[in-house]
Ligand binder design. Structure first.
Ligand code: FES
Length: 312
């Protein structure tokens, strides 16, 4: 991953357990453009890399805003951002990249759970500019834990804030019970919310629902034995044993593959597949991309067959 050093220009508490950071170039230079749904990689000391959605103004070319939830079981990333990082400090930043793009539609329903509001904030701004019809359903544990409520209140009745301790869980049956052919549903939040929304949207038209997960939940691979990967450009063959990722195996065989999250959530390691069927275990690819089988995320995905041929 190529990272540039940006400076923390601002740090603010935006909810209980959530801070926002504004990152800027130390010399005040323009930052690369981005679109709603994009994320950046934050490279923290000791090489910890975390992905955070850009949640500021996409037309501000001089500042990236992200929001970071303090994770109770943090592996160091969010705890460092909350406890150590100060305005004036520098952090490595990779990207931006977008695996959660906003596609054209007449109507949108946005569903956020907790910190999942972050990629949706710039989307709301965009659809408002486009004049589309939209509504936001925003759930969280309690009002005080829900970030950016003040910004959302400017949208008036389009925004439905549902603190769990006051109103219970989001009423997905009421919102998604009747499939709509002219509405796209965008959902970001914790895994149980995404699973519930996916189930509720099952009768909806194909591709109506788009989700973003922050961490891949890895199910068991389809096959538990070794398989072979051929690197077509060098002709090398490598055996991938159950305890090794395809990414590590092909790197050990000399292939150069960029990576970042190594959890199947960022898309950096996307690799073309020339033969064999991948066992997709990421949370990036859409159903039709999985079915096409012509690319895979080798940091988490494996093989359905005895052999895969990769364009490496
Ligand atoms: Fe992030 Fe593979 S490195 S998906």
């Amino acid at each position: 991953m190529t990272a540039v050093a940006l400076e923390v220009a601002d740090k603010q508490d935006v909810a209980h357990g959530v801070v926002s950071l504004t990152l800027a170039h130390p010399e005040g230079s323009r930052l690369p453009d981005w679109t709603p749904g994009s994320h950046i990689d934050l490279v923290l000391p000791e090489g910890t890399v975390r992905q955070y959605s850009l949640c500021g103004d996409r037309w501000d070319a001089h500042g990236y805003r992200v929001a970071v939830l303090r994770e109770p079981r943090s592996r160091g990333g969010s705890a460092y951002v909350h406890d150590e990082l100060r305005p004036g400090d520098r952090v490595g930043v990779g990207g931006p990249r977008n695996h959660f793009p906003l596609v054209p539609s007449e109507k949108y329903l946005f569903i956020a759970g907790g910190i999942g509001i972050t990629p949706l904030l710039p989307m709301l701004h965009q659809v408002e500019l486009m004049g589309a019809e939209w509504q936001l359903l925003y759930g969280g544990r309690s009002r005080s834990s829900m970030a950016f409520r003040d910004e959302l209140e400017t949208y008036g009745k389009r925004v439905h804030i549902v603190p769990q301790d006051e109103e219970g869980l989001l009423d997905l049956a009421a919102w998604l019970g009747t499939p709509c052919t002219d509405t796209k549903v965008y959902c970001c939040g914790p895994a149980p919310l995404l699973t519930a929304v996916e189930a509720a949207c099952a009768p909806w038209p194909a591709y109506a629902l788009r989700t973003e997960r922050f961490a891949a939940e890895l199910s068991a691979p389809v096959r538990d034995g070794p398989f072979e990967v051929e690197l077509r450009r060098t002709g090398r063959r490598v055996t991938v044993t159950p305890d090794v990722s395809v990414l590590d195996a092909v790197r050990a065989a000399g292939a150069e593959v960029l990576s970042s999250c190594e959890q199947g959530t960022c898309g950096t390691c996307l690799t073309p597949v020339l033969a064999g069927r991948p066992d997709h275990r990421d949370t990036i690819l859409a159903d039709h991309e999985r079915a096409a089988g012509d690319c895979m995320l080798p940091c988490v995905s494996r093989a359905l067959d005895d052999r895969l041929v990769l364009d490496l």
